[in-house]
Design a protein around this ligand. Structure first.
Ligand code: NAP
Length: 327
């Protein structure tokens, strides 16, 4: 089958023919129709993920998928061939991936696509929606809480803002003026802070002098910067979630601090499907690339994209991303 792969250590990604996978007893084999790109995929593709993942070459790249079940392992009896499903590849081994015609994954990594959600949207949920869900779970929002989302313009941020709104929280989102601000407001953010021209914590305090109830930080990787932000903007008893592993609970007394790792399970995928199926979560797709143009999607991600960059087998070739944006 044709796949986008990293053929060997130190090599560049290429399209190549690789052996089609076979599902193990607890797995399903999917024909992939749609996907999207994540910073994590770029990290695997450039070899940077070797610090924490074991690479089995050729590494088929890609995490997210939507597709149709092609075959079932002997132990899977609650799904049927032909069913539309979505999910993600999530393990500490880089080897199987979704940028391929077929992928075989454990049953627990997939959930049925809800009615009314198309494959392109379902394919852009995956890692970003799961990470957003884990962040939101970590900060336990209740109605009326004000929550700062730092990095609200990206994939995880776009989903996190929508999920917080679904909990009744008021979202304060980071975005530059113009297209970015429009994007986060469309996702439900009430207040917007331009992080690029002013001190973020100072701006947050000027809008919310008593502090915010929680922070979801998708930007900071540095403990000092993260601790300073949380200390300056949180109200007493606040909660913080960080995807950059920069939260040190010992430095934040009285704060519930979580370093988020987006672990996949059935309950999480079902929650995401429920939100998407009931219209509370839409895929914030701002550009779509056909499978043959996955390298262009990576380039666009590197250049700084808003929302999600989707991969769709049915997409027409090449329109420059800025001309495709819909938000
Ligand atoms: N721990 C985990 O399990 C896990 C899982 C998934 C993702 N992550 C991490 O979570 C982060 C977010 O992921 P993502 O998929 O949402 O990435 P993304 O789509 O690239 O979004 C990141 C967003 O943050 C914006 N940004 C950059 N610097 C900023 C700053 N100083 N202040 C405010 N916003 C800023 C970016 O804008 P520009 O594009 O203009 O730079 C971009 O819109 C990434 O670092 C990713 O590696 C961790």
């Amino acid at each position: 089958m044709r796949a986008y792969v990293l053929p060997a250590e130190g090599a560049s990604p290429v399209f190549a023919d690789v052996a089609a996978p076979q599902p193990a007893d607890d797995e399903v084999l999917l024909r992939v129709t749609a996907s999207s790109v994540n910073p994590h995929d770029a990290m695997v593709a450039n070899g940077g993920a070797a610090r924490y993942m074991t690479y089995h070459y050729p590494v088929v790249l890609g995490s997210d998928f939507a597709g149709t079940i092609e075959a079932l392992g002997a132990g899977v009896d609650d799904l049927a061939v032909g069913r539309r499903v979505f999910g993600l590849v999530r393990e500490l081994v880089a080897g199987r991936g979704s940028f391929a015609e077929l992928v075989a994954v454990p049953r627990t990594w997939v959930a049925p696509v809800p009615d009314g959600v198309d494959d392109a949207a379902a394919g852009a949920l995956g890692l970003a929606a799961l990470t957003a869900l884990r962040c939101v779970e970590a900060v336990t929002p209740t109605a009326g809480d004000v929550v700062l989302v730092n990095g609200a313009t990206g994939g995880v941020g776009s989903y996190a803002v929508q999920m917080l709104v679904a909990h009744g929280a008021t979202v304060l989102a980071t975005a530059r003026p113009g297209e970015e601000e429009k994007h986060v407001r469309k996702n439900g953010a009430t207040d917007v802070v331009d992080w690029s021209t002013a001190d973020l914590a100072e701006r947050v305090r000027s809008l919310h002098p008593a502090g915010v109830a929680a922070v979801i930080d998708l930007v900071n990787r540095d403990e000092d910067a993260f601790t300073a932000l949380a200390t300056r903007v949180l109200a007493p008893g606040g909660r913080v979630a960080c995807t950059g592993h920069a939260a040190d609970a010992d430095r934040l007394p009285g704060v519930v601090a979580t370093n988020v790792r987006a672990a996949v399970d059935q309950e999480a995928l079902r929650t995401i499907a429920e939100l998407a199926g009931t219209g509370q979560l839409h895929a914030p797709i701002t550009a779509t690339f056909p499978f043959d143009e996955i390298p262009l999607a990576f380039e666009a991600l590197r250049a700084g994209a808003v929302g999600k960059l989707a991969i769709d087998r049915t997409a027409a070739p090449s329109t420059p991303p800025h001309e495709q944006r819909t938000t």
